[in-house]
Design a protein around this ligand. Structure first.
Ligand code: IMP
Length: 198
């Protein structure tokens, strides 16, 4: 169990930072971003969401000795064998061009010839406690890839992901609406339930 109310968030991604800060603020936890603390972003050398999340949380803990949270997430498309998956950020290139990355998903789906457009956002949150022990929590949201992209909100692949049971993409939803059903929200809920028992 954790009694600290300031955690380090081992991420430099402003979209994720905003979402995680909002999710944890309601639990009375303030997050300090890695960039604000001058922490480097370690290279994601593992082959799973769990491995990369652990690597980031551990590196931030080694640098600060504080409770550190990290998130590794991505879009996994069934007909593409789970791609872009852990490579979701890398598909956008150095320039972080997500218009290009979304077009690449659409092109790969067309090239695959698959009619199935099922995809899921996956998020694994790793928590490295101040004593160095590490735990993971996973959240997923299932939906489908739509084309063309729709909506101006969110970040990354939000404009081509429409969660099942909805007729709008994540980019067409308010931040609060997305948080309530997102992979990141679900991973955080699992963390809060396990770590705080509420
Ligand atoms: P990483 O976890 O920093 O390796 O990056 C994951 C990448 O997956 C992000 O840069 C986004 O491209 C994508 N991604 C993760 N979560 C979301 C989301 O909630 N919406 C849209 N794209 C996301």
């Amino acid at each position: 169990m954790i009694d600290q109310d300031i955690w380090v968030l081992a991420s430099h991604n402003p979209g994720k930072i905003r979402e995680l800060q909002a999710l944890l603020a309601s639990r009375g936890i303030a997050l300090k971003g890695a960039a604000g603390l001058g922490l480097d972003e370690p290279e994601e050398t593992e082959s799973t969401f769990e491995g990369n999340a652990a690597l980031k949380a551990k590196a931030a803990w080694q640098a600060t000795g504080l409770t550190c949270l990290s998130d590794d997430s991505g879009l996994s498309v069934d007909a593409l064998g789970g791609d872009p998956g852990i490579y979701s950020a890398r598909w956008a290139g150095e320039a972080r061009d997500f218009d290009m990355a979304m077009a690449r998903v659409q092109e790969a789906l067309l090239a695959s010839g698959a009619a199935d457009r099922t995809a899921r956002f996956v998020c694994v949150v790793a928590l490295c406690r101040a004593d160095g022990t590490l735990v993971h929590y996973r959240g997923e949201v299932v939906g489908e890839i739509v084309w063309p992209p729709r909506g101006e909100g969110g970040f990354g692949y939000d404009a081509i992901f429409q969660p099942h049971g909805h007729d709008r993409t994540f980019a067409q939803m308010s931040a609060a609406e997305k948080r309530a059903m997102s992979h990141r929200g679900r991973a955080l809920e699992a963390l809060v339930a396990a770590e705080f028992g509420r």
